[in-house]
Design a protein around this ligand. Structure first.
Ligand SMILES: NC(=O)c1ccc[n+]([C@@H]2O[C@H](COP(=O)([O-])OP(=O)(O)OC[C@H]3O[C@@H](n4cnc5c(N)ncnc54)[C@H](O)[C@@H]3O)[C@@H](O)[C@H]2O)c1
Length: 314
């Protein structure tokens, strides 16, 4: 049993990580600026308050830190780039500094497969399918999004704190997480909410964009596994198991909520979002080193989510 701090534990992903860690009998604290419904072991400290974080880590003999707090909504990062960098970049620097001062054994960072947008797009000119793994070369000029940049810099900071201050890290690059407690704006949540209120499901573009949705329970399990020393100073992709197009996702929701209408729309605020046509972001490293692979199929996960949401709104 370890003493663990999760930043952003009041949010969608952080709250599931806390649940998974508690199931393994760890003593878990949540540091967030928003008070959660269950405020057990909750502390209200802003990421940028380095001094208070150091005191908290020392006073509670924290051994591991999951750094999950961030501005996670990519569209918000376009509306407010300065605030995004303040939280995602400066906040990460502040947290990592506090962790190195408090001799934390390891920081586990929430990152995203969006960083693969920053791989040179010439890679798939041949038309052959390319497998993108954690060693893919990142080119700053290809990233094309403030959110992607903020996550890349968070990753670079972990690497720098490792080489300059000997602070261990594990970086987890998530696919598209989904499941209970998702925030408004995540695609499955908005499809389900619209379908249940007899509004059309709005698909941006022609619906052919593919994603690998990863169920939040699978994702949370990978976080627990990442405590292992085998994961020290490593990066892992945590993608869902199969490609699902946005149209297929809408059809799945319609299967569980019949009578749903589908609309195709354009949305200029979606520029620069993940696009990895002709390629697959592979989980093979997570499988080989951590023994992790997703177990919940998209069909099972969507059905479970629709049932959860129906119950919540009844
Ligand atoms: N949701 C996704 O689709 C997705 C995909 C890939 C990666 N991620 C990453 O996963 C992490 C969690 O995402 P989420 O979807 O759970 O987001 P979320 O918005 O539900 O949770 C983020 C939490 O961070 C807290 N927070 C924000 N600023 C803070 C600050 N200055 N100090 C302390 N706490 C602060 C918020 O109050 C919130 O509770 C983020 O790092 C995000 O970039 C999310």
């Amino acid at each position: 049993m370890s003493n663990i701090l999760v930043t952003g534990g009041s949010g969608f992903i952080g709250s599931h990580i806390i649940d998974a860690l508690k199931e393994e009998n760890h003593n878990v604290y949540n540091m967030d600026v928003v008070k959660p419904n269950d405020a057990t072991n909750y502390v209200n400290i802003n990421l940028n308050d380095t001094g208070s974080i150091i005191n908290f880590l020392k006073e509670n003999s924290i051994e591991y830190v999951y750094h999950i707090a961030a501005i996670a909504n990519a569209r918000r990062s376009i509306e407010d780039v300065v605030e995004t960098m303040d939280v995602n970049v400066k906040g990460t620097a502040s947290l990592l500094l506090a962790c190195s001062e408090a001799n934390i054994k390891k920081v586990i960072l929430a990152s995203t497969v969006w960083v693969y947008n920053a791989v040179d797009k010439d890679y798939n000119k041949t038309g052959e399918k390319i497998y993108l793994d954690e060693s893919a070369n990142i080119k700053p000029e290809c990233g094309g999004h403030f959110y992607t940049t903020s996550k890349l810099v968070s990753e670079f900071l972990c690497q720098d704190f490792r080489s300059l201050k000997k602070l261990n890290f594990t970086i987890l690059r998530y696919g598209i997480p989904y499941g209970p407690r998702m925030w408004k704006g995540l695609v499955l949540r908005s499809f389900t909410e619209n379908a249940l209120t007899q509004k059309p499901l709005n698909i941006v573009g022609d619906g052919s964009a593919k994603r690998r949705f990863v169920h939040i329970k699978d994702l949370a399990r990978a976080h627990v596994m990442s405590l292992s020393e085998k994961a020290d100073n490593q990066i892992f992709n945590l993608e869902g198991s199969s490609d699902t197009t946005i149209k297929e996702l809408a059809d799945l929701v319609s299967k569980y909520i019949p009578g749903t209408e589908i609309n195709y729309i354009t949305d200029e605020t979606r520029k620069g979002e993940l696009s990895v046509d002709n390629s697959e972001i592979t989980n093979s490293k997570a499988k080989k080193i951590l023994g992790w692979e997703p177990t919940i199929s998209i069909e099972e996960g969507v059905e479970g989510y629709v049932n959860y949401f129906k119950k919540l709104s009844s």
